[in-house]
Write a protein that binds this ligand. Structure first.
Ligand code: PHE
Length: 450
C-alpha cells in the first residue's frame, strides 16, 4: 500500500510545529519560568533546546523517514530481530499517557473560552480571590470538566480520522500562522501596561546563582515536552515527509518557532503579572487564575480573552492530534485496523484514564501515588522518566546502533544537501556523545541534589 505523504515541505513543517507548539508553550512554559526563578530558567532552557533537544529531534526524524513507518515499526525495520522494538512500544505508550491528561487541560481551555465568550471575566468586576475560587470550584467539580474533556478528545479523534493530508495538514497550515499573530498581539498589549518593565527584567536578566541541577532538569524535561521529542511523534510525522525535504532545515525551523512561541507567551504573561503586583510563582494555575484577572483589568479585555483562549485551544488541538496520530499509525500499520476503528479504540482508552485524571482534582483527590494526585503523578512520571528515557534511547539508537552512513544519507539526502553535509559532523558528535552524557548527568545530579 502506498503511504500518504505530506504535500509539501511547508505542510510537513507546519504539522510538526503544530505538534510542538501547544499547552507546553502557552500554559506550561510560563509557569515553569515562574517556579524555577525567571531568567535563569529561560537561559538554561534556550541552551538546552538548541544544544540537546534539536539534535535529538534530528535523530527522531532520521529514524522516522529512514524506516518510513510508525514509531513501533521503525525499530523493527531498522534493527530487525532485536530488543529495540520495545523502545518502539515505549514510544507508543508514552504519548497516550500524555494525551489522557493533556485533554483534561484542553477541556479547561474550552471552559475558559466558553466563559470568555459569555464575557464572564469582564462583565462584572471580580476580585482575585473570586477568580481563584471560580477556577478551584471548576476543576474540582465532577461533570463540567468531564464534559469538556470528552468534547476535546472527541474533536481530536475526528480530526485524525479525516487523514494525514486533509485533517492535519490543512488544519496546521491555516492555524499556526494565525496563532502566532494572536500571541504577538497579546504580548504587545501586555508590554504597554504600566510596570511591565519589571516583568521583562524577570524574564531576561538572569540571576546566575539560581542555575541549579533542578533548574537544568526541569528545563530539559520542558524542552522534550515542548518539542514533542522522546515520544516517537516526530518520528511518525517524519515518516510522512518527502524524501527531498531537508531534515536539518525543518528541525531548526521547528525548534526556532517553538521557542519563539514560548518566549512570546511569557512576554504576554509575565509583564502583566508584574504590572498587577501578582506572584509569578503560582504554578500550573498561573494561566487560568492570573490571566482572567488581567483581562478583567484591561481595556478591551473581553475581546483579548476570547482571542487568547481560541489561540490556546488551537494550539492544544494541533498537539493532541499529533499524539493520537502516533497510536493510530501504529494500530493501522501493525494491527491492520481501519483508521476509524483505531481512533475509536485510542479515544476510549485515553478518555477513561483522562476521567480519572480530571476527578483527581476533586472526588479522587485522596487517591495518592507517591504523594501526588493522579494528574500530577502522570505529568511528572511522563516528563521526568518516560520522555527522558525515550530521548536517551533514541539518541543511543541513532548514534550507536544505526549505520553512520545511513544516518548521514538520511540527513543530507544522499549527499545532495551541502549545508546539511557540513553540519553533519558536529551534529553526529552531539548525538553520539554529548546528548546521552548530558541527559544522564542532568538526570543524576538532579536526583542526588534533591
Ligand atoms: N509539545 C506539545 C506542547 O508543547 C505537547 C506534546 C507533548 C505533544 C507530547 C506531543 C507529545 O504542548
Amino acid at each position: 500500500m502506498q503511504r500518504e505523504n505530506f504535500g509539501s515541505q511547508f505542510g510537513a513543517i507546519m504539522a510538526m510545529t503544530g505538534s510542538a507548539v501547544g499547552l507546553g508553550n502557552l500554559w506550561r512554559f510560563p509557569y515553569m519560568v515562574g517556579v524555577y526563578g525567571g531568567a535563569a530558567f529561560v537561559l538554561v532552557y534556550v541552551i538546552v533546546v538548541f544544544l540537546l533537544c534539536l539534535p535529538i529531534l534530528n535523530s527522531e526524524m532520521i529514524a522516522g523517514r529512514r524506516s518510513q513507518t510508525n514509531a513501533f515499526g521503525a525499530f523493527k525495520v531498522l534493527a530487525p530481530g532485536t530488543k529495540w522494538k520495545w523502545v518502539g512500544a515505549l514510544m507508543i505508550f508514552t504519548p497516550l499517557v500524555v494525551l489522557s491528561y493533556y485533554s483534561v487541560i484542553g477541556g479547561w481551555s474550552l471552559e475558559y473560552l466558553y466563559k470568555s465568550v459569555c464575557f464572564d471575566f469582564t462583565s462584572v468586576a471580580h476580585t482575585r480571590q473570586e477568580l481563584d475560587s471560580i477556577f478551584g470550584n471548576f476543576i474540582s467539580s465532577v461533570w463540567t470538566p468531564l464534559i469538556w474533556h470528552t468534547v476535546f478528545l472527541g474533536v481530536t479523534a475526528l480530526i485524525v480520522v479525516l487523514g494525514v493530508k486533509k485533517g492535519i495538514e490543512t488544519f496546521g497550515k491555516i492555524m499556526m500562522p494565525l496563532l502566532f499573530l494572536l500571541v504577538i498581539l497579546i504580548a504587545v498589549r501586555a508590554a504597554t501596561l504600566p510596570g511591565a518593565g519589571e516583568g521583562f527584567a524577570y524574564l531576561f536578566k538572569p540571576d546566575f546563582s539560581r542555575i541549579t541541577p533542578a533548574v537544568c532538569a526541569a528545563a530539559l524535561g520542558q524542552g522534550f515536552f515542548s518539542l514533542s521529542v522522546g515520544f516517537g511523534i516526530m518520528l511518525t510525522y517524519a515518516s510522512y515527509m518527502n524524501r527531498k525535504d531537508s531534515i536539518g532545515k525543518s528541525s531548526v525551523l521547528i525548534a526556532v518557532s517553538d521557542t519563539m512561541f514560548a518566549l512570546i507567551a511569557s512576554c504576554a504573561i509575565m509583564p502583566a503579572v508584574f504590572a498587577f503586583g501578582l506572584s509569578p510563582e503560582a504554578g500550573p494555575s498561573l494561566l487560568f487564575e492570573v490571566l482572567p484577572f488581567i483581562f478583567s483589568q484591561m481595556p478591551l479585555g473581553g475581546v483579548v480573552a476570547i482571542l487568547f483562549f481560541v489561540a490556546l485551544l488551537v494550539a492544544a488541538l494541533t498537539s493532541s492530534v499529533s499524539i493520537l496520530e502516533v497510536g493510530v499509525a501504529y494500530l493501522v500499520e501493525e494491527k491492520h485496523l481501519s483508521r476509524k476503528f483505531a481512533a475509536l479504540i485510542i479515544f476510549l482508552g485515553t478518555w477513561l484514564v483522562g476521567i480519572l485524571c480530571s476527578l483527581s482534582f476533586g472526588p479522587l483527590s485522596d487517591m495518592r501515588i507517591f504523594g501526588d494526585i493522579l494528574f500530577d503523578f502522570l505529568d511528572r512520571f511522563t516528563s521526568n522518566i518516560l520522555m527522558t528515557l525515550g530521548a536517551l534511547l533514541i539518541v543511543i539508537f541513532v548514534g550507536w546502533k544505526m549505520n553512520r552512513d545511513d544516518v548521514r544519507n538520511e540527513f543530507t539526502n544522499g549527499g545532495t544537501l551541502k549545508g546539511s553535509g557540513k553540519l553533519f559532523g558536529p551534529m553526529y558528535l552531539v548525538i553520539r556523545y554529548l546528548a546521552p552524557i548530558a541527559i544522564l548527568v542532568i538526570m543524576f545530579s538532579n536526583i542526588f541534589a534533591s
